[in-house]
Design a protein around this ligand. Structure first.
Ligand code: DUC
Ligand code: ZN
Ligand code: ZN
Ligand code: ZN
Length: 459
């Protein structure tokens, strides 16, 4: 099977030109002006943008969390991602404290394998680092193709590791050629503030926000950077939200350290005023939404090259699940749906409003995730030899985000009624048209588990 995409404006992280793309099987075979090849199918992309498939390196599908499961399965979540122009996701396996990493991998793959519509990989979350776990790291890097290890500095008793474990893990991961990623917030301080607010009868969603002030994130981000600097381990901070935390990373650059930073689309476009609404539970996530000044900081951080990735932390819960915390903010399952909205929101709020360039858009949504997590140039760009994961995007089409129109398995939209400029029209995944004009033509099982290469934090 061959496909010729004609006359599109082909944009990568470092190029932008009108060209044709010739695809044979799963890969891009040629790129150029007026290519002479014949193809089984011709797609006219005149007037459209053509960019690499998005990679969302931070999603939680079908995840056991806070007494329930996130509501998107691997099927519904990866399908919704494709509708939104994201062809690959990286999800998280959570080790059970006291059990092995291998047990967790087995459990997670029993839910994911043969169920994904789009391509996928996992980060391995190490929640209990000990001498047994240490011995498993090499196997994950060399044989499973899982080269990133997630840590939590919060959620004590379930997910959090202490600094002693963090340093040990960093030494081992560095030795094996991997990367340590972190949910960087001060768990003990947050637990104290939650308990205090509950004791005072302050139980509304606003107190979720007030229990995780900026300092809890700034302090942990600085500590993580310090430990990564000491061990020499490549470090990546997930879902960084605020000025204080980004300044901790800025400080680390002064000693020539390179801490990789991810933010998520919601922290760029919505803010903590939503917690005062009746339905504020929809935006209860950790870390919480922040202030307008933090949004400015994050947009600037992207343009300064300090914020490398825009992900989602997609972790949807239906309204009924959110109601588990109707009388107590600490029981609201944390997370919000965005896997389908990330690319269009980033284009509309970022490129269309002049905050970032088109090349930067591709860099943070597609290319850098592939580079950082060991998949480039197979994924994350349009180049001869790379997987034909391609989005054809109409920059002129306007539409409105709504739960009625989305494909995520959740009964509300966190962006209900938002007017978007630009729309994903056609999506190819490994050379197959997966999405076209609002229809999905691939089934669960089409998505492949992608083994990743060793990484060193340099991109
Ligand atoms: N934060 C969330 O909001 N959901 C899942 C896990 C996390 O850290
Ligand atoms: Zn092994
Ligand atoms: Zn997190
Ligand atoms: Zn997360």
């Amino acid at each position: 099977m061959s496909i010729l995409i004609k006359n599109g404006r082909v944009v990568t992280a470092d190029s932008d030109s009108i060209a044709d793309i010739f695809i044979e099987g799963e890969t891009v075979k040629a790129i150029g002006k007026d290519l002479p090849m014949q193809a089984d199918e011709i797609i006219d992309a005149s007037g459209k943008l053509v960019f690499p498939g998005g990679i969302d390196p931070h999603v939680h599908l079908d995840m056991p969390f806070m007494g329930t499961f996130s509501s998107d399965s691997y099927e519904t979540g990866t399908r919704a991602a494709l509708f939104g122009g994201t062809t690959m996701v990286i999800d998280f396996i959570l080790q059970k404290q006291g059990a092995s990493l291998a047990d967790a991998l087995k459990e997670w793959r029993s839910r994911s394998d043969n169920n994904c519509v789009g391509d996928y990989s996992f980060h391995m979350a190490v929640t209990d680092f000990n001498e047994d776990t240490r011995k498993e790291i090499k196997h994950f890097v060399e044989e499973e193709g899982i080269t990133s290890f997630k840590t939590f500095m919060a959620y004590k008793g379930a997910l959090m590791i202490d600094d002693r474990q963090m340093v040990g893990l960093m030494e081992e991961v560095k030795k094996q050629g991997g990367l340590v990623t972190v949910h960087a917030t001060n768990g003990d301080m947050i637990d104290y503030l939650i308990a205090k607010h509950r004791a005072e009868g302050k139980l509304s969603p606003l107190y979720h926000y007030l229990s995780q002030p900026e300092v809890t994130e700034a302090e942990a981000s600085e500590r993580f950077a310090d430990l990564a600097n000491y061990t020499g381990c490549p470090g990546y901070i997930v879902h960084l939200t605020c000025e204080g935390a980004l300044n901790a990373v800025r400080n680390a650059t002064r000693r020539n350290q390179n801490v990789l930073v991810e933010t998520c689309i919601q922290y760029l476009v919505i803010d903590a005023s939503l917690y005062e609404r009746e339905d504020g539970a929809k935006w209860v996530m950790s870390p919480p939404l922040r202030e307008k000044k933090d949004q400015e900081t994050l947009w600037a951080g992207i343009n300064q090259g300090l914020v490398k990735v825009v992900a989602t932390d997609h972790c949807p819960f239906k309204w009924e699940q959110k109601l588990m915390g109707k009388d107590d903010f600490s029981k609201i399952p944390n997370g919000h749906p965005a896997i389908e909205n990330r690319m269009e929101l980033l284009y509309s709020e970022g490129v269309n409003k002049g905050r970032i360039t088109l090349n930067k858009f591709v860099e943070v949504a597609c290319t850098n995730p592939a580079k950082i997590f060991g998949m480039f140039p197979r994924k994350g760009t349009i180049a001869v030899g790379s997987d034909a994961d391609i989005v054809i995007f109409d920059p002129a089409e306007k539409h409105t985000l709504s739960a009625k129109a989305h494909h995520m398995n959740v009964d509300y939209s966190a962006y209900e009624g938002w007017e978007i400029s630009g729309k994903v029209k056609t999506v190819l995944l490994r050379g197959k048209v997966a999405i076209n004009d609002g229809k999905c033509s691939v089934d669960k099982g089409f998505g492949k588990f992608i083994k990743r290469n060793k990484v060193n934090g340099i991109i």
